[in-house]
Design a protein around this ligand. Structure first.
Ligand SMILES: [Ca+2]
Ligand SMILES: [Ca+2]
Length: 305
């Protein structure tokens, strides 16, 4: 009998431990949920006849001109820089040259992802569409984001609503996908090495961070922001198609179909993050299967060799 009490005690301890472990685990994969019908009506500023892309000449794709930009962070200029933003042992930052590409002006919205889910019955997390239609989609994994870009690529290739300039690009070897982390950083900070999309100091009136929830895409006016893109700082983190690796940045291994266990770079920080996280050079990373209520994405068009 003497050994019975410790044994019972151990069983209780083990049960509590298992219960705690389970409560800490991410929730099981949510079942497919149809998008809320109301989300797919009209959304001001977006075209219901064009997969809820922005009502602009190029459906919200913004040209980012060819040329060099300064990538990474110099801690002597940016006190909030993280070590992983350092370029090399001899140099704090690197100069990277990119050909012309196009970047989405806004994060992919609930309405846009909803149109994809409705058309394809793709299984997403039930949280992904639980926001008003003009908020960014969130709780999307890396494969979810990629699936959306592939669907949109196919839609734009076959549709008569596609602007002629985009149709010509797609005929000419360009693809709709996720941006690389270099494309993302250049689009966020431009060529002048600024720390935030609008300049060198944090500004709560220019982006959604340090708060509690997402806001409609494009809510924050930012006349100083490079290329007129919105929410490159904050709102939701944005997946890229670059695997997470130490700098110097190497574009040759960016792409799709890499080993499944790779961590993928995400950029820009989210609504709940502090100012140091929404700097243009900050490098987040996540497991490809992660579906988190603060990770979304935006879409790019670039020429693939
Ligand atoms: Ca963002
Ligand atoms: Ca790389």
């Amino acid at each position: 009998m003497k050994g019975a009490v410790p044994l019972a005690f151990l069983v209780i301890v083990a049960s509590v431990w298992i219960a705690l472990r389970l409560s800490q685990s991410p929730p099981a994969q949510a079942a497919s949920t149809p998008p809320p019908r109301a989300a797919l009506g009209e959304v001001a500023g977006f075209r219901a006849d064009a997969w809820f892309l922005p009502d602009e000449e190029l459906l919200g794709f913004v040209e980012i001109p060819a040329g060099v930009f300064l990538m990474g962070s110099d801690p002597s200029v940016d006190a909030r820089a993280f070590d992983i933003e350092r370029w090399s042992s001899s140099s704090a930052q690197g100069t990277v040259e990119l050909p012309v590409f196009y970047m989405g002006r806004y994060e992919v919205t609930v309405a846009q992802l909803g149109a994809f889910v409705e058309a394809t019955a793709y299984t997403i997390d039930r949280q992904a569409l639980q926001a008003p239609p003009d908020h960014p989609a969130k709780s999307v994994s890396w494969p979810d984001a990629l699936a959306y870009t592939r669907w949109l690529d196919a839609k734009l290739r076959e549709s008569s609503v596609t602007p002629p300039r985009l149709a010509a690009l797609l005929r000419d070897g360009w693809r709709i996908s996720l941006p690389t982390e270099a494309e993302w950083e250049k689009a966020a900070r431009g060529a002048d090495g600024r720390i935030y999309p609008w300049g060198d100091e944090p500004r709560r009136d220019r982006a959604n961070y340090g708060g509690r929830s997402t806001t409609p895409v494009g809510s924050y006016e930012c006349p100083e922001c490079a290329f007129g893109l919105s929410d490159m700082a904050g709102n939701v983190w944005e997946w890229t198609r670059s695997p997470y690796q130490p700098y110097p940045y190497d574009a040759t291994d960016d792409g799709v179909g890499l080993e499944a266990e790779a961590l993928w770079v995400m950029r820009g920080g989210a609504f709940g993050d502090p100012e140091g996280f929404v700097r243009a050079a900050n490098r987040g990373r996540a497991d490809p299967g992660a579906r988190r209520p603060f990770i979304g994405f935006r879409v790019s068009i670039s020429h693939w060799p």
